[in-house]
Design a protein around this ligand. Sequence first.
Ligand code: HSE
Length: 401
Amino acid sequence: MIHVAVLGYGTVGSGVVEVIETNKTDINKKSGAELNVKYILDLRDFPGDPYENKVVHDFNIILEDPEVSIICETMGGNEPAYTFSKKALMAGKSVCTSNKELVANHGPELLQIARENNCNYLFEASVGGGIPIIRPLNYSLTAEKIDAITGILNGTTNYILTKMDKEGADFEDVLKEAQEKGYAERNPEADVEGYDACRKIAILSSLMTGKNVKFEDIYTEGITKITAADFLYAKKMNRSVKLLAMSKETEDGFFAMVAPFMIPTEHPLYSVNDVFNAVFVHGNMLGDSMYYGRGAGKLPTASAVVSDVVDCARHQGKTIMCFWDAENVSLMDVADTKRRFFVRVSADKKEAAIAAFASIAEVNAGFADEFAFVTDVMSEKEFNDKIASIGGAINRIRVEA
Ligand code: HSE
């Protein structure tokens, strides 16, 4: 029997217990041993819960129990998750986590501690919820040199943008409705400002390069400035607006960013709607591949955590290889990255805009007081200089081919 402890009995933690119980016959078979949830750590008590007798409030009970060999860290946040994970790994107990913040902050260090103690630090659930993406990058695509990853990595913002697209609604109204329905957090900043997607693309970029991509270095822009009018223009261009998290190896260097992009109907990520996530990976031999599914939610995320538990059970006493060194990757300055831009300026700036940008494609969505256009490919710096020279824009959105 393999004894498991779950840290944090919230949405994902209770999902982990439910997945292990619901699919126990299959999971035990695939693990090669019976899994038993021995402890659940939480500050709260859960009277009436079928697992109430497993709830403990002191992490040391778990740490000091030699029977516990696998720990699911579903607490979220940095502390005490970091201290608990570190102590568990140092004691030779494997840790499976859904905590993207902790993985993005301390991934290489925790992986190193796992290696030194012949156990595992696995984090399939930290990116894309239930979508298998960490394992494909670590195991399945090992023959590839991966040169680009583009993802829709945040369910909340994808839900909001999908609603804005389909219903012509404005950002604030959709956000309010999403909060009322419980799809968006009361404090939605981490999602709508792109911070959540930033941590996730930092993790994927680190696995892509085998080195450490610091989330603090990734240029991040959220969706709060996207309006219903932007979607009207996007429709005229046969496009939609999606919050993309991307990293690319280019001739000029490696860059990573999170920002809203206008993408065409034929783009593989165009049809990824509502709370779904998708990760589009380009390898130099395979070409394109895409991973799609539920990027958040109790059972999808818990399923990914439990898949890591099964992996740990199969590799007791052995560390599964994961290439993510502590050496930091130096990222290109976003100002030097190049692309086209969709721009809206007030109608009185039309002549100045044409003079500044020279080659443009006008877009008309029926707003008499505006002039809108798509630029040629140029660096962000060049774009910013030109737009500043005409006194700024109403809005601008990057355009993805
Ligand atoms: N808030 C996240 C989302 C949850 O909306 O995708 C999963 O990390």
